[in-house]
Structures are given as C-alpha cells and as structure tokens.
Design a protein around this ligand. Structure first.
Ligand code: B1M
Length: 213
C-alpha cells in the first residue's frame, strides 16, 4: 500500500495532475505515510525527473509549470500535516528565497521542518531582496537568516547578503544558512555563510548546531 501510494505520488507530479497529486497526498497522510517519506520518496523524485526532462528539452515550460503546480499543491498538504512545535522556541529564523528567484517549494518544506523542530520561523516568501532579509531580521530580533536559491543566476544574492551583513557590522549578530539545488558546502565556505544544508531535515540540525541549542 505504502509503496503504491509513493509511486502514485511520483506519477501524479510527472503527469502534472494537480488533483491527483492532492488526492494521493491526502490518501497517504490519512493512511499513515509520514509526510517526509511522501515528499522525499514520491513527490520530489517526480519533480526531479521533470526537471531533468526539461533540461534535456524533452518537455517544455508549460509541462514544467503544470508539474510544479501539482508538486506545490501536494507539498502544501504534506507540510500542513507536519505538527508545529510551538511549546519551545529554539531560535528565531528569517527564511526566504533570494531576489529574482521564484522557486519556493523546497523553501516551504524547510519552513515546515524548522517549525516542527521548535524554531520560530518568519517565512518572507520568494524573490526577496537582501535588504528585506536584513530589515526583517532586525525587526524580529532573529538569530538566523536562511536563504534558498535554485538558480545559478540567483545564488549570488546569498553572497550579497554576507557582504551587506559585513558592511553593516551585523555579520556576527545574525548567523546565516544557505540551501537550494545548485548550492553546496564549497559555496558556503567561499561566501562565508555559517552553514549549508542539503535538505530540510539537515537544515533544522545545522541551525541547532550553529546556535548551540
Ligand atoms: Co525551474 N529551474 N525555472 N521552475 N525548476 C530549475 C531550478 C532547473 C535546475 C531545471 C533544469 O533546467 N533542470 C533550472 C535552473 C538551471 C540553472 O540555474 N542552472 C530551472 C530554470 C532554468 C527555470 C526558469 C529560468 C525556466 C524558464 O523560465 N525558462 C524559471 C526561473 C524563474 C525564476 O525563478 N525567476 C523556472 C521556473 C520554474 C517554475 C515556476 C515552473 C517551477 C517553480 C515553482 C515553485 O517553486 N513555486 C520550477 C521548478 C519546479 C523547477 C524544478 C524542476 C524543481 C524545483 C523543486 O521544487 N524541487 C528544478 C529542477 C531541480 O531542482 N531538479 C528547476 C523540489 C524541492 C523539494 O527541492 O527546491 O531543491 P529543492 O529544495 C530542497 C533542497 O534543495 C533543500 O531542501 C529542500 C527540501 O529537501 N533546500 C534548502 C532548498 N532551500 C533550502 C534552504 C536551506 C536549506 C536547504 O536553508 C536556508
């Protein structure tokens, strides 16, 4: 049953079938399949395959958009099923996708994992300017600024954030963590980010590590 649901999840995203993806997500959650498994083993491999087909020009933007809509709808249902831990606050995190970048599916999964792990998360959304990350970090007295970038053309804004924080003398005040498909530890080291996380679960672990909580 579980293997069937997970396979259906993958197929629904590849088919760009939003209604089916929502139905499979609900069935999976109600049937006791953990949201993380539904996402990691079903929906995410589906959207990854679509990304590869798009890169190889075997499908085009309309199909990519339809698959993304199916993926996003399913991710919303999975994310909602992840319980938020409001009893404790391990730290305040400002989260968003950087300027010029509208990819937000992975960022929203990160939000769910961080909230479930006891962090107070202020998700600014996508296409967020460097100045806005800093203003919001000051407004909410944040511990961490967490940025997602999915494009090689936008990951430079993660570097800009480090530079502006330094210029403003705020580099030590706010820790930074970066993520997103084209990003890696080497990039984090190069730009001077405090941490890099490959996925949503490790984002929660890495933030706990850098804050020592
Ligand atoms: Co776009 N896109 N896209 N896209 N898209 C990519 C990124 C691409 C790799 C596809 C490809 O060609 N193979 C390619 C980028 C190439 C490059 O930069 N070199 C690409 C392109 C080119 C584009 C457009 C330029 C296409 C066009 O218009 N011609 C355009 C850009 C728009 C813009 O941003 N300005 C575009 C548009 C879109 C859609 C709108 C159709 C849609 C996004 C919808 C949305 O997000 N609301 C979309 C999608 C869906 C993808 C792919 C297929 C899937 C992304 C995704 O959601 N993955 C993607 C291919 C790919 O990545 N394989 C692709 C699932 C998600 C769960 O994973 O986001 O990686 P991910 O998040 C993971 C980890 O990365 C990590 O944890 C998450 C969960 O485990 N993580 C963090 C993410 N952020 C983190 C932050 C952290 C820590 C971990 O701490 C802060």
């Amino acid at each position: 049953m579980k293997a069937f649901i997970i396979n259906e999840a993958k197929k629904s995203v590849i088919a760009g079938d939003k209604e089916k993806a929502e139905e499979v997500a609900r069935q999976g959650i109600e049937g006791g399949v953990p949201a993380a498994e539904l996402l990691n083993d079903g929906f995410v491999p589906g959207i990854t395959e679509i990304g590869n087909l798009f890169e190889d020009e075997k499908i085009f933007l309309p199909e990519l958009v339809m698959a993304a809509e199916a993926m996003k709808a399913a991710a919303i249902i999975c994310n909602e099923s992840i319980p938020k831990d409001e009893a404790v606050t391990k730290g305040v995190v400002i989260l968003g996708t950087v300027k010029g970048d509208i990819h937000d599916i992975g960022k929203s999964i990160v939000e769910s994992f961080l909230s479930a792990s006891g962090f107070e998360v202020h998700d600014l959304g996508r296409d967020i300017k460097t100045e806005t990350f800093i203003e919001k970090a000051q407004e909410f007295n944040a511990d961490v600024i967490a940025t997602s970038a999915l494009l090689t053309t936008t990951m430079g804004y993660q570097q800009e954030l480090e530079e502006v924080l330094k210029e403003k003398g705020l580099k030590g005040k706010f820790k930074t963590i970066i993520g997103g498909a084209p990003v890696n530890q080497k990039w984090a080291d190069k730009i001077g980010a405090d941490a890099y996380a490959e996925d949503a679960a490790s984002a929660a672990q890495k933030i706990a590590e850098i804050l020592g909580v």
